[in-house]
Design a protein around this ligand. Structure first.
Ligand code: ZN
Length: 514
């Protein structure tokens, strides 16, 4: 099997991809190696734990031609692990059409023994009209079919062929492109040319592109081209990208840009080096800035690689702990454009598929966006369709003690209201019927304050609609709502239809006074 998933959270997956030169763990950052002018040693990349690298087949062809065929790409760049080759699509984007034909490039990638190969594509970039983007997509699809026909009839090497998904911000093109490549039999998908999007921090458009691709092709591994910014990595992984490549470590270094967990800064504008990598720990800013040109670029590139390594490991650890939502949320606060993308997570149904039904740790509910985390949506669906024969109901704020049925409040209420259905409520997960109040995460969540406030129904629309659904599924003759500040806001905004409704303001001794 090409791809084996071991753990997942949201659409992020810890898995393994198998190639002819060995397997590597995902999510993986795949550093770009320049086949001719690479200055950071590949041994260094290996030492940092980058198990796979990517290089450009087109430049390799131009520079080495027949020698590359004889030696193979592994000897040529001195790396014995999995090597991915980009066909040269990026060169198409930068310099217009290139000379080589799709089948010629594909045959070359096969001949140099690339492990993960991309057919010659025509990147849509960003900002093209629909008609032009569609033409590029069609051309890429034709190339991809031609490539696959050639490889099927001509190769006995077990390389992974990757379908290049184009279409950019035209999401229906992304969807069509992904569907066709999937049906052709490509084992892995790659989302093309987001470089311009990323340079302008258009994370929301990127998020929609990944979301569209991922909901079209669920299980195959997904590569994202050109994503090497510390803020892009958690976003891309959470939405379903398994691998991503970039030359950012080097490009930023040449531009004097120093990566940190939340972005980049110009090296000469820094006062302190907060990074703990072996380069920064041994130097002050002044020394770093005054290094000789090539040495400075080399050290800066290596520092940048340490930052990328740390970012990927942090994301993986977050997947293992079931805290990817929290992690992306933290990152989102580093840039308004990333927050904009994070807010779109509420629309992505596919995030539920990878989120475990049970986690070892309690999940955190901090602010209104957290009502959309998959664990909460899933639970609200179960709770709001709960049916009972009881005709009377008491709604009570969720307690500190979980599950609700083990709380003192519940025991006191059940003595006073023995023929009532007793439910807790929680702004993030809605109405919680006591009988099933131990379903994850009803009893496994932490709220920043239990007495939540409510400004208007736009803040917690999921709560309002699940309360409405719950009440309309069951026809209660008698409704008692013990309302905290949050619930008082909710009921003042909505109409509840029942024979008898009592809304009582919450206080610490409320049960005694009922
Ligand atoms: Zn450093």
């Amino acid at each position: 099997m090409l791809f084996e998933v071991r753990y997942s959270d949201l659409a992020g997956r810890i898995g393994k991809i198998k190639t002819p030169s060995g397997t590597f763990e995902t999510p993986a950052f795949i550093p770009v190696i320049h086949p001719v002018t690479q200055s950071v040693d590949v041994e260094f990349l290996k030492k940092l734990g980058f198990e796979a690298v990517i290089t450009n087949a087109y430049i390799t062809l131009k520079q080495y031609g027949e020698t590359a065929r004889e030696k193979g790409i592994h000897k040529l760049i001195n790396f014995d692990g999995p090597i991915m080759t980009d066909s040269g699509g990026y060169q198409v984007l930068e310099y217009g059409a290139i000379e080589a034909k799709p089948s010629f490039i594909a045959q070359f990638e096969n001949d140099i023994q690339s492990d993960i190969c991309v057919p010659l594509d025509k990147p849509t970039g960003y900002g093209l009209s629909y008609e032009v983007a569609e033409r590029y997509v069609n051309e890429t699809i034709r190339n991809s079919q031609e490539t696959l026909n050639l490889i099927k009839s001509n190769s006995n090497r077990n390389s992974v062929w990757v379908g290049p998904v184009q279409g950019a911000e035209h999401l229906d093109l992304v969807k069509r492109s992904a569907g066709l490549l999937d049906a052709m039999g490509y084992e892995m998908m790659a989302l093309g040319s987001p470089v311009q999007l990323l340079e302008s921090y258009e994370f929301a458009i990127l998020a929609d592109m990944i979301g569209t691709l991922k909901s079209t092709v669920m299980s195959k591994p997904i590569h994202l081209f050109g994503a090497g910014h510390p803020l892009t990595i958690p976003l891309a992984v959470a939405l379903g990208c398994d691998t991503f490549d970039s030359a950012s470590y080097m490009l930023y270094a040449r531009d004097d840009r120093y990566m940190h967990p939340n972005g980049t800064s110009r090296l000469d504008k820094l006062v302190y080096l907060a990074c703990q990598c072996p380069i920064c720990i041994n130097m002050k800013v002044k020394e770093f800035v005054s290094l000789e040109h090539d040495e400075k670029i080399d050290k800066l590139a290596k520092h940048n690689l340490y930052v990328l390594r740390s970012e990927v490991l942090s994301v993986k650890q977050a997947i293992m702990e079931g805290r990817l939502w929290e992690y992306v949320g933290q990152k989102a606060r580093a840039h308004p454009k990333l927050m904009e993308a994070f807010k779109l997570f509420m629309n992505y149904k596919h995030l539920e598929d990878g989120t475990p039904f049970f986690k070892k740790k309690a999940i955190f509910f901090i602010e209104s966006i957290d009502q959309y985390r998959p664990e909460a949506s899933r639970l609200r669906r179960i709770f709001s369709s709960f049916k009972t024969n009881k005709k009377k109901i008491v709604l009570f704020p969720d307690t500190q003690v979980s599950p609700f049925y083990s709380s003192q409040e519940y025991h006191k209420l059940s003595r006073k209201f023995s023929d009532y259905l007793i439910c807790a409520y929680n702004p993030f997960i809605g109405i919680i019927p006591t009988e099933i109040s131990d379903i994850y995460p009803a009893a496994h969540n932490l709220i920043s304050t239990k007495r939540f406030t409510y400004n208007n129904s736009n803040d917690y629309p999921t709560f309002v609609s699940s309360l409405q659904k719950f009440l309309s599924c069951n026809f209660f003759d008698d409704v008692i709502i013990v309302a905290d500040d949050f619930m008082q806001g909710v009921v003042s905004d909505m109409q509840i239809i029942s024979k008898k409704i009592e809304i009582i303001k919450y206080s610490d001794d409320i049960i005694e006074r009922l």
